[in-house]
Structure formats: C-alpha cells, structure tokens
Design a protein around this ligand. Sequence first.
Ligand code: NAP
Length: 410
Amino acid sequence: MRHIAIIGSGPAGCYLADHLLRLAPDAHIDVLERLPVPFGLVRYGVAPDHQGTKAVVRVLDRVLGRERVGFFGNLEIGRDVRLDELRSLYDAVVLATGAPRDRRLGIPGEDLPGVVGSGAFVGWYNGHPDHAPPPLRSVRSAVVVGNGNVAIDVARILAKSPAEMAGSDLAPQVLELLAAQPIETIHVVGRRGPAEAKFTQHELAELGALARARPRVADPSAIAGDTPIVEVLRGFAADTREAPVTIVFHFGLVPAAFLGSDGLEGVRFARADGSAQEIAAQLAVTCIGYQSVACCSAAPVAGVFPNRDGRIDEGLYVTGWAKRGPSGTIPTNRTEAQQVAQKIAAEALDHGRPGGEGLAALLAARGVRRVDHASWRRIDAAEQAGAAGDRCRRKFDTVAAMLEAIDLPR
Ligand code: NAP
C-alpha cells in the first residue's frame, strides 16, 4: 500500500484526493488541514451569497468520506508535525496550501486603518477564524482596487441590502457592521482598460440586478472594444435608474498612495498622462491577488512553489494556487489535479512507510487533538442546526467554538 499525504483540504487538495483514488488504487490518501473544518477557499473564499458555488462542498465532502481517505483536521504543519517528518511517514506529500497572503501594492499609506487586503476582508465576511473585523467607521465611500472577480465579490457584498443576503451564511455580526455603514458609493478601480478587465461576464452582470445599487461607468467615452465585459459595461453606462448606492467603474488609474493620518481619507491614483486623481474613501479593499506562504523548509518564490509539472522534489509535490498562482475557477483545480495525480501515481514508490497510522501515533504522543471526518460532520451538523432566520448556516468563527461543538478540548 502506498501512502500519500495532501496538505490542505480546499478544492485543490480534495480534487487531487479524488483523482488519486482512481489513478492509484493501491494508495491510501490522508488530507491534512490546519483548521478543524475542511474546504479552504470554498468555505472561506467563495462569497456567502453564492451558495450555488459553495454547493461543490457536497462533492468534496464525499471524497473525504471515502474508505481509502483519512481527514486530519486541526493539524498545523510546523506546529504539530514538521514537513520532513511527514515525508518520512508517507511515500508522497503534496502541498495544496493555496495562496493565503494578500499581495501588497507597496505604495505609501498601505498600513493605514481602513486599508484592507481582499484576503483579510473576504476572510472576515466569511467567518474565517484568522480574520478580525476591519475597522469600518462611517464608510460613505469605498474604493475597491482591482478588476478581477474578487473585486466584484467585495463590491457586491458592500452593495447588497440585508434582505438580499437571505439564504446566505453571512454571520449576523458581519451583517450588522456592514449595515451600519452609510455607504453611498463603491468605486471599482482598474489600472488598465475595460477590455483588459479580468471580470467574468456573469459576475459583472450580477451587479446590474441589485436591489439598492446601480452600476455606472465614470467615463463612458473610455469604453472601447467589443468583449462581452465591454458590452456589460456599455449596458451599465446606459442605465439611468436612480438608486441609494452607486457602483462606479474607473479604468486606467494606477494606485499611487493611500491618504490620511489616523485613518484612510482617500486614495490617489496616477493616470497614463501623468496627471493624478484622488477619490475620497473611508475604506479601501485591495483585490490584487494572493501569494503562497512557506511550509516548513519548502518556500515559495514570487508567490508560488517552484515545481516541474507539480513536482517540487523527490516525493514532494504541489497543486492548486500554491503551484500555479491565484488564478482560475474551482473546476480549474479539478483539471490540474488530474495531471498532478497522474504524475504521483506514476512516480511515487511504495517504501513500506506507515502513513496515517504512523502520523496518528505521533500526534497521540504529542497530545495533538485530531478532528477526523466524522467529527467534522458533527461540526457541520451543529452549524446547520444553528442557522437562524433565513440563513442556511451559522458558522463557528473561532477554532475554540469548533472544538467545543464536538467536546474536544483545545
Ligand atoms: P485576478 O482575476 O487576477 O484580478 C486581479 C486584479 O488585480 C487585476 O485586475 C489586476 O490588474 C489587478 N492588479 C494586480 N496588481 C495590481 C497593482 N499593482 N495595481 C493595480 N491593480 C493590480 O484575481 P482575483 O480577482 O483575486 O481572483 C483570483 C481568481 O479567482 C481569478 O481567477 C478569479 O476569476 C477567481 N474568482 C472567481 C470567482 C467566480 O467565479 N465567481 C470569484 C472570485 C474569484 P492587471 O490585469 O492589470 O494585472
């Protein structure tokens, strides 16, 4: 029996386990996760009002429940077990650790209160235990930097009325803080033109169908080209409805500085002709991508782990955003995982290593409390049972609360 450990239980890790089940029928696969709960980016990245997209967890959960798969939740590599220990316990170890760190713009004022990276902002509104509430105080104007789908998610969550969150799993305290902001304008700012925007058509068009917000384009004469995105923007520019909240799309503005002394007051941008434009704002969310972080001795270079078709070193592999960078949709991970699984199935040798049994013994000796798949299912059931009103789930937003739900001392 070959033993394979996958570090990370997001879509990349779960899809890899699924492919390995079919391509390596002689392998047992353990999926290791820092939090007591699985699914990474699906649980904490996909927007709370996009439950249709989040429904993929049913597919991923079935993988974790399969006979040749083990789930080790609440296990932090580096704190509870080292990467080199895992490599001596398993025939292959795969990093599916994603890209959890916000990229930085590297411009003045980036550390001012009121300037937040999208990872921290999205993590907060999705109830991630690592992310505290941002300092939102009387936000009338928000600037969202970036022209990708994360920028759209952030703009939409800021723009939606409380009633439009029905059916979501947005936490009451998150909604309360958002609803307390007297928000009037959300500026979505791209450094290039409309034809270069990375939005997808469906996500962009959704902004045209919100209850209390209406999108428009700051300079309609700048809308050039005939891409599907450009067509949606033309539609926004032609829309004359009035609404309490306006989402304004700006193009060709390069972020130059965040302005303010105690907190954010505005953002300065540079135009291609060298002129400057300032936009007043009490909140800025930078949605400009993410980077991977080191896993013990394995370190990323320029945000990703250097690899050859998923192979980092003998017996060490990588998949998902940690391999290719923060791009693509959830199904992209399924396609990529198949290629990495083929490579592992062909290359990994059976060294007679103990795999999960050896890991479980090591963790027991260290007093580490593993959350297995059955325990995760109990946390899941408790979250669904705790949903109030029109919500579909009440997420536990601390590790302590997750462990308490299954009577596991921390
Ligand atoms: P993205 O699509 O790569 O967009 C990042 C944006 O940040 C781009 O507009 C980029 O501009 C801009 N940017 C980067 N560095 C910048 C800088 N220094 N100054 C100003 N702007 C800068 O990334 P994302 O929005 O984080 O999304 C990550 C992935 O998840 C994408 O593949 C996305 O489609 C996917 N996603 C999908 C959904 C969905 O399907 N509903 C939702 C969320 C995310 P340039 O183009 O000029 O580099």
